[in-house]
Structures are given as structure tokens and as C-alpha cells.
Design a protein around this ligand. Structure first.
Ligand SMILES: C[S@@+](CC[C@H](N)C(=O)[O-])C[C@H]1O[C@@H](n2cnc3c(N)ncnc32)[C@H](O)[C@@H]1O
Length: 216
């Protein structure tokens, strides 16, 4: 928690406070937070809808104030199966307060493997779901995140990412070099701006033919 202001009191749980905290964080670090408000319920639901079936751990990267976490829980993923990785100490505290008992690891998503190891998370991970500002990341960082995600899912689970861009947020050169397979699974019109949900898979995985669901 170095370099950040101390957390003075309990973090309120309301949506209003989530928006206010998000906005303050965005004012301070627009590139890291990358959005002035939490993801909308429609986008969060679309992300959760892209999860594969299974009972492994779901790792959420860049939890923020928990918009996607809430959608995971609403979809029926039990709290014990969710592990959130978030870099910002205030967001971590907010998440712990909003979802008592949930596992929140403060750290850089780029070091996912060691973070899970040091938290003694040994169960298989069935998917990595990311709210990170992926599209603006340099090639090297995108590749690193995908390598880490595929390592913790044993190459079986997807890396799920939303993007406001009409095109894939994954840089073409990274996709080609790593042989990553991609599938756009959701189009979310009722989000400002409209967004898409993408699933990325390790080379060689068999994925079912693309089926694009649209959230009005
Ligand atoms: C666009 S916000 C998304 C927050 C939330 N998932 C949502 O959809 O409302 C991006 C989040 O990723 C976090 N973040 C950015 N880079 C990160 C990194 N390298 N490791 C962990 N968290 C990171 C930010 O602190 C912020 O909470």
C-alpha cells in the first residue's frame, strides 16, 4: 500500500459511493483506472454470461468497486470461488467491505501466478475475467497477461475482456505471435459507450463456433 493515502474509515457500500470513489480515482490516475465510472450492470452481466461452466476458481483482474464481481455473484458463482486482483489499495478495501469474506489480492495483474501462489490458491482456475484497461496496454504487457492467465487456467479456461472498441482489444501482432484464438461473445448496446465482450483462448484449444449474444 505504499505511496497511497491511508484508508481513513470504513468504505460505504452504496452505488453512489462506488461512483464517487471511481471518479476520484480516475481524476488521480486516468490511465490506470481508464474509466470515469464502474461498468454498467448490462456490461457486467454480459461479462459474467461469458463464463464457462465449471466449478473452478474465477479470477477477476482489476476489480475496481465490484461491478463485475456483483454480476458474478448474481450469476451464481459462490463467493469462495472468486479471487479478485486489484492494484489500488482503496479499491481493495472497498471490495472487502462490499463483499465480506471475498478474497482480494492487492497487486499487479501482470504477476498473477506468484500472487495466487503466495495466497496459497491451489484450486484450478476455470477462467480469468478482466476489467483491466487492456486495449491501451503495450504489446509486451498484453502478452504477459495472457501468458499468466493461460498458465493459471492450464490453458483450458478463457481470458475474458470487455472493450469499447469495435475491434478486438488484443493487438494483432500479439495474437499472431502467441497463436491466441479469439471470440466476440457479447455485444452490449445498452452501455455508454456500447461495448463488446471478448474471450481469448490459448493456441490449440477447441472452441465452439462463435455465438454472439446481444444485450439490448
Ligand atoms: C476500468 S476499471 C474496471 C473496474 C471494474 N472491473 C468495473 O468494470 O467497473 C480498471 C481497474 O483495473 C485496475 N487496474 C489497472 N491496472 C491494473 C493492474 N496492472 N493490476 C491490477 N489492477 C489494475 C484499476 O485500479 C481499476 O480498478
Amino acid at each position: 500500500m505504499t505511496g497511497q493515502a491511508p484508508i481513513r474509515n470504513k468504505v460505504p457500500e452504496t452505488a453512489r459511493h462506488a461512483h464517487w470513489l471511481f471518479f476520484r480515482k480516475w481524476m488521480r490516475s486516468p490511465l490506470r483506472v481508464a474509466s470515469i465510472a464502474p461498468s454498467s450492470p448490462d456490461l457486467s452481466r454480459a461479462m459474467a454470461a461469458s463464463l464457462p461452466d465449471g466449478d473452478g476458481i474465477v479470477v477477476e483482474l482489476g476489480g475496481g468497486t465490484g461491478a463485475i464481481t456483483q454480476a458474478l455473484l448474481a450469476k451464481g458463482v459462490p463467493l469462495e470461488r472468486i479471487v479478485i486482483v486489484e492494484r489500488d489499495a482503496h479499491f481493495c478495501a472497498f471490495l472487502e467491505q462490499r463483499f465480506p469474506g471475498i478474497r482480494v489480492l492487492q497487486g499487479d495483474a501482470g504477476t498473477l501466478r506468484p500472487l495466487l501462489r503466495s495466497a496459497d490458491i491451489a484450486q484450478p482456475v476455470s477462467a480469468v475475467i478482466s476489467g483491466l484497461p487492456f486495449v491501451s496496454m503495450p504489446n509486451r504487457l498484453q502478452a504477459r497477461l495472457l501468458r499468466q492467465a493461460f498458465a493459471v487456467t492450464n490453458g483450458i479456461g478463457p481470458f475474458i475482456q470487455f472493450s469499447y472498441s469495435p475491434l478486438s482489444p488484443l493487438k494483432r501482432s500479439v495474437r499472431e505471435r502467441m497463436g491466441v484464438m479469439e471470440q466476440c461473445t457479447q455485444q452490449v448496446w445498452r452501455n455508454l459507450p456500447p461495448a463488446k465482450v471478448w474471450c481469448f483462448y490459448r493456441a490449440g484449444m477447441e472452441i465452439s463456433p462463435a455465438k454472439l449474444d446481444t444485450v439490448a
